[in-house]
Write a protein that binds this ligand. Structure first.
Ligand code: FES
Length: 87
């Protein structure tokens, strides 16, 4: 139970206004639809002081920058091995 994946989405004002306001919901929906909530610790974070590379989030300490919806979904698929795209 200790091995939950830690997902931190930056909710600093820059990231928030540049896309994370929407991505928060994208991720939430992804986790719900794929029944992954129990596997992750999903929470908002303060500014990472890398606003110029935002919007960004961090998963288990690894930062993903300059995000958009497509990127986020492919990152999540990569991590959770989602097969809804066909395989
Ligand atoms: S607001 Fe996200 S890094 Fe600053």
């Amino acid at each position: 139970m200790e091995n939950r994946i830690d997902i931190q989405i930056c909710l600093g004002s820059s990231c928030f206004s540049r896309g994370n306001k929407h991505l928060v919901k994208v991720i939430e929906q992804y986790l719900n639809e794929n029944n992954l909530r129990h596997l992750v610790h999903y929470h908002g974070a303060h500014c990472f002081s890398k606003c110029d590379r935002g919007p960004l989030l961090s998963i288990d300490g690894k930062e993903y920058t300059e995000l958009n919806e497509e990127k986020v979904l492919s990152i999540l698929d990569g991590i959770f091995g989602n097969t809804s795209s066909g395989v």
